[in-house]
Design a binder for this molecule. Structure first.
Ligand code: OTU
Length: 657
């Protein structure tokens, strides 16, 4: 029955289109629309079907898709076709990403174009350019408060510069990732201005209330994201004489997706940027898209429906571009952003692996891999054609969002263990070399997160201060080992800019009133290009990290077992300091790689019996892919030096590759 309803509607729409778009070649568009319309219609119906104007809204939505398709440049349409034919293209091990602020990295967008060779030197071929859209002059949450979704911040450049960047990157086989902040707008956005001026239609773009009744009901269950700087989830607007929902900062107004006009506008904006050449769109704060009284208003089922609908609509216009879900939530919830209840990914193809990131830091602080092993073991199975974005650091703080049950299973008490981690990384814990800062401290709940540059958290800053060569060496090893984990785990590794040079905390943000109260800026550096030159000077920290990373990237790209086909198996070993997993080659037997990392400050041994029992390394010499050498062995035990790792393979199998 239901199909007939959507088919009848589609027939009406296509009739109208055949007149309106008579001169356009819409063959491919029609194929995709036909294939996806039932899904689009039912999702849109789930969300908005109760409305009187549902049919008109559906027609409006479909028209926007047609227009976006017509506007899509021919070169991008050709790329779409190629990617449709080679639909697993993004699971390949060749992709290596870096996230960066265009201004901190290169001044502005034209500067970034000039610096692309530096990224190529390292081997990076996917760049996430942090928010560059028009935003307030003052505080803008690093561009995550957008004032105009179709314009570029003049301090960064122009829309034309973005197109030029995209074109240049395509020439070099690089992928461009841009942000679309779907959950909220800045209070300077035209929609917010018109809402303030009293226009009902635009007040309906947001959640606004005349008194505290509804806000108070919401507050009973809503957590606070920035408790220190933006307590509460609502802000009084005197001009409008209404409370506005502001889950993040008070100048970030939450969009109301119960209004189909909001959905259609935001989808149109996503389509706009993929038509400018973005290969990947990072969808910010997707867990927050649907609000419901009596819940935390995170990970609601409707948030998934909205994302599925966005994906289906994009498939119709442009099947090439991918979505990254930025949902920093519990492991069992993160996994759903690939597609809730789906067999193949139907929401976002890529999701931040916040679980792995936090677990890696746990291993750093505890010097063992107990919780890391436990947490990875309980990570739910991921869908096919879905992949992780694996990272060690990013622009945000580190949240200790592990599962309490996993912490307990590792013989720790959740509260005390998290307390220990905060103290360790902020250097409060006796003997810790951590130089991080507490972020988002909430005295009401006892929660806290951590800011800080990778090198400062990993002990390099402290070791350099003390001029302690052994600890400097160990910190360099640890930094490379952490990167080796994200490069071999399965998924797209995402390096945070500056980390490739061992960049330390930078306190200069304290001099800027718009940044001073948000210490995440301590790890959002301005690259010192003179210092970066030291990467060519043998023996410097910069050279050791940059070259080490460059080599890891190079090897990753030549190791098919590192492609992400859910071909990873955790290997349980008796030694708690080790994190060991197997990456199997998708087709070639013997092309497998065993990844083994030692998080301890002492050498540790790996019992090869465990591997032999699985049929691994029974014959032939074991070889580390990085050095090409055979690690030290004694009585079938392999020694892994402090804070180091191996990518192990069979020399014989390798010869066949
Ligand atoms: C995202 O953050 C961005 O990454 C932050 O930089 C922004 O401040 C924020 O949205 C608002 O735009 O929403 O789903 O620890 O991890 O705010 C997770 C807090 C988010 C961040 C969280 C995150």
């Amino acid at each position: 029955m239901y199909e007939q309803v959507s088919h009848a509607l589609l027939n009406d729409i296509l009739d109208a289109f055949s007149h309106r778009f008579r001169r356009e070649d819409l063959r491919h568009f029609y194929t995709r629309l036909g294939a996806n319309f039932y899904a689009i219609h039912s999702l849109f119906g789930h969300l908005y079907g109760h409305r009187q104007d549902f049919k008109e809204q559906t027609v409006r939505l479909t028209e926007r898709l047609a227009r976006a398709y017509i506007e899509r440049p021919a070169a991008l349409k050709a790329l779409d076709m190629a990617r449709e034919a080679d639909h697993n293209w993004f699971l390949d091990q060749q992709w290596v990403g870096m996230a960066l602020y265009a201004d901190g990295f290169a001044g502005n967008l034209p500067g970034l174009i000039e610096r692309l060779p530096y990224l190529q030197e390292l081997g990076v071929n996917m760049v996430h350019v942090m928010p560059i859209l028009r935003c307030p002059q003052g505080a803008s949450d690093g561009g995550y408060a957008v004032s105009d979704f179709r314009d570029i911040d003049p301090r960064m450049g122009t829309v034309e510069d973005v197109r030029a960047l995209g074109a240049r990157m395509r020439e070099h086989g690089m992928l461009l990732t841009l942000d679309v902040v779907v959950n909220h707008t800045s209070d300077e956005h035209e929609w917010a201005c018109r809402a303030r001026a009293g226009e009902r239609a635009f007040q309906d773009f947001y959640y606004t209330f005349p008194n505290r009744d509804v806000p108070d009901m919401f507050e009973a269950n809503l957590p606070e994201i920035f408790p220190e700087t933006a307590p509460g989830n609502f802000t009084w607007n005197a001009e409008m004489q209404r409370w506005v929902m502001t889950v993040f900062n008070d100048y970030q107004w939450d969009l109301n997706y119960a209004n189909p006009a909001v959905f259609i506008e935001m989808l149109d904006i996503i389509l706009f940027w993929i038509n400018q050449g973005a290969d990947i769109i990072r969808l910010d704060a997707v867990a927050f898209l649907w609000k419901k009284i009596g819940t935390t208003s995170q990970n609601e089922h409707e948030a998934h429906l909205i994302l599925q609908l966005m994906k289906d609509c994009c498939q119709v216009v442009a099947p090439g571009p991918l979505f990254i879900a930025e949902a920093i939530v519990s492991p069992s919830e993160i996994i759903k952003y690939f597609g809730e209840d789906a067999v193949i990914a139907k929401e976002c193809e890529i999701a931040y692996n916040a679980t792995f990131m936090a677990l890696l830091w746990d291993a750093v602080a505890t010097k063992n891999a107990k919780l890391l092993n436990q947490g990875i073991q309980s990570l739910p199975h991921k869908l096919d054609r879905a992949t992780w974005l694996n990272y060690v650091r990013c622009h945000d703080d580190i949240g200790l969002g592990f599962d309490d049950a996993d912490i307990r299973a590792s013989d720790y008490d959740p509260y005390h263990h998290r307390r220990f981690l905060i103290d360790w990384f902020t250097g409060v814990y006796e003997g810790s070399p951590g130089r991080g800062r507490p972020f988002g401290v909430n005295p009401k709940t006892g929660d806290a997160r951590i800011s800080g540059a990778l090198a400062s958290l990993a002990g390099l800053e402290a070791a350099l201060e003390d001029g302690d060569q052994q600890r400097i060496d160990q910190a360099v090893d640890l930094i490379l080992t952490l990167h080796a984990m994200i490069l071999s785990f399965g998924g797209i590794p995402l390096i945070w800019y500056g980390d490739e040079l061992g960049t330390l905390n930078d306190d200069s943000f304290l001099e800027d009133v718009n940044k001073a109260c948000d210490n995440r800026w301590v790890h959002r550096p301005r690259i010192d290009w003179q210092r970066a030159e030291r990467r060519h000077q043998p023996g410097t920290v910069e050279q050791r990290i940059f070259d080490g990373l460059r080599q890891l990237i190079e090897v990753r790209k030549h190791t098919p077992a590192f492609a992400d086909f859910n071909n990873r198996e955790l290997i349980e070993v008796a030694n708690p300091h080790l994190f060991v997993f197997l990456r199997t080659h998708p087709t070639l037997q013997g092309g497998s790689v065993v990844v083994a990392a030692n998080f301890d400050a002492n050498p540790q041994f790996l019992d090869l019996d465990v591997l032999n029992q699985r049929g691994l390394f029974r014959q032939g010499q074991i070889e580390d892919l990085i050095t090409g050498e055979s690690p030290a062995l004694f009585n079938n035990r392999m020694v892994i030096p402090p804070f180091q790792f191996y990518w192990l393979t069979n020399q014989r199998a390798r010869a066949q590759l």
